[in-house]
Ligand binder design. Structure first.
Ligand code: ADP
Ligand code: MG
Length: 451
């Protein structure tokens, strides 16, 4: 039986974590009090030990402090099967075998690639991703028949992998006989190179050319890898001719992936190309609401709105903030307020931005573009001014976290919709125009360098 104090702590932590994380890292742990005040958490393997130490030991200590009298210290030990004092605990032995496998699978996602969390049901649909969602769903319902290939693209943390794995989960459920290969493009490239080195290329070919559903994540990694591209192309053709379903994702449009062969680009065009845009405010609030509900976390609307206003272009970060907030509120045992969210989000914010001021941003940008601050703050709508102005808006929004109305005031009394439009313009350009990325990086470097 699990130590009741530990069981309480597990019950507290469970709703603040994702289900797979909890199952993998905490479900088979226990607590032993050898001498009063000195505690030992037993874990089944080294992976679990490192994970706990890296992620939640601080939270665990706080919780222990509350529930154990004279709490002094806690250590984490791997309870090896041979360890004598633990031999009497059959439950731990069993857990050792099971969780070892799980932990290894987690270390090497290839072995267990489908995250059970990534389903169509848990995906929030908004205008930003409606087409991608519908296309992915159609493909999952009728693999090889609806759209082939399906190509999904969009920025980091916007749900590409989620949708792709939802396809896999859906097919596994409805068509368990179908052979599905999910691979990140990087893993595909590495495996290919390894196969070449070990003269196992035929095996490699057989493996990927015999599947019913081929899911390749992040194919922008094909850029500048001629050999892998060639192999990918032939795999693609073989599968496509046999009506096998192919789904690909990338962080940008096919033709924006540098050095992607023309013949591959044109094949991608045979199917459906769907983009995922950054979610708007309402989408972001809806996502937060759904995630909070999943976590059983009661957060008032104004708190969710605050988070949605602060993190604007990455759903993974939205999720991360919410989780962190939930953990902090539980551990510190305090009410969930906007104030608390501010504190938590400040911790998450990138370092090095603390001493940044609007003035400094304007100075750096005007110097980089060789224009006058007066003009930048003015209303003249010529491209030489509009673009740097929008860069300033973007940086004030994303790096300094200022609100749209605030930025409007700071830039000489502009309407908040103008600012929103400007920020979104740069966000869009960033996806397709490398020069914009370079410009922002240059400005950021100068800002980080500071004076
Ligand atoms: P990408 O592959 O585009 O970088 P992911 O698919 O890894 O992004 O998504 C990042 C995180 O955000 C995941 O935890 C995912 O579940 C979540 N997420 C993304 N989009 C949505 C959505 N529309 N609804 C619910 N969760 C989402
Ligand atoms: Mg991804």
């Amino acid at each position: 039986m699990t130590n009741p104090i530990w069981q309480d702590i597990l019950n507290t932590l469970e709703p603040t974590m994702s289900r797979p994380n909890f199952a993998t890292w905490l479900a088979s742990t226990d607590l032993i009090e050898e001498i009063p005040g000195a505690l030992t958490i037993t874990v089944p393997n080294q992976y679990a030990k490192s994970w706990l130490e890296d992620h939640i030991i601080g939270d665990i200590e706080k919780l222990l402090k509350k529930s154990v009298e004279n709490f002094e210290q806690v250590r984490i030990v791997v309870a090896k099967r041979g360890a004598s004092s633990l031999d009497d605990l059959p439950i731990l032995q069993k857990a050792t075998e099971e969780t070892d496998e799980k932990a290894i699978a987690d270390e090497a996602p290839k072995n267990n690639p489908f995250n059970p969390k990534y389903t169509f049901e848990s995906f929030i649909v908004g205008n930003n991703n409606r087409l991608a969602f519908a296309a992915a769903h159609a493909v999952a319902d009728k693999p090889g028949e609806a759209y082939n290939p399906l190509f999904l693209y969009g920025g980091v943390g916007l749900g590409k992998t989620h949708l792709m794995q939802a396809v896999a989960n859906h097919i596994t459920l409805n068509n368990p006989k179908k052979k599905i290969a999910y691979v990140s493009c990087e893993a595909f490239a590495n495996e290919f190179i390894e196969a070449l080195q070990h003269k196992a290329i035929n095996e490699f070919k057989r493996k990927y050319r015999s599947v019913d559903v081929f899911l390749v994540d992040d194919i922008q990694f094909l850029a500048n890898k001629e050999g892998t591209q060639e192999e990918f192309f032939h795999t693609f053709n073989t599968l496509h001719q046999a009506n096998r379903q192919i789904v690909m994702t990338a962080d940008r449009m096919p033709k924006e992936i540098g050095d992607l062969e023309e013949r591959l680009i044109s094949r991608i065009g045979w199917g459906m190309v769907a983009d995922i845009q950054t979610p708007n405010f309402e989408n972001r609030v809806a996502i937060l609401q759904a995630k909070a509900k999943q976590m059983n976390f009661n957060a008032p609307p104004e708190v969710l709105e605050y988070i949605a206003n602060t993190i604007t272009n990455n759903i993974r970060e939205l999720e991360g903030s919410l989780t962190k907030l939930a953990t902090t509120a539980t551990v510190e045992d305090c009410p969930v307020t906007v104030e608390l969210a501010k504190v938590v989000m400040k911790d998450l914010a990138r370092p090095n931005t603390r001493n940044l001021t609007t003035k400094k941003v304007i100075k750096v940008v005007t110097e980089q573009f060789g224009i006058d601050a007066i003009d930048l703050l003015g209303k003249k709508r010529v491209q030489e001014l509009v673009y740097p102005r929008q860069i300033v808006m973007y940086i004030l929004r994303h790096t300094l976290g200022h609100s749209y109305p605030q930025i409007g005031d700071e830039l000489g009394g502009k309407d908040h919709t103008t600012i929103m439009h400007g920020v979104e313009k740069i966000e869009r350009l960033l996806k397709t125009d490398n020069q914009v990325e370079r410009d922002i990086r240059d400005v950021s470097r100068t800002l980080e360098g500071g004076e």
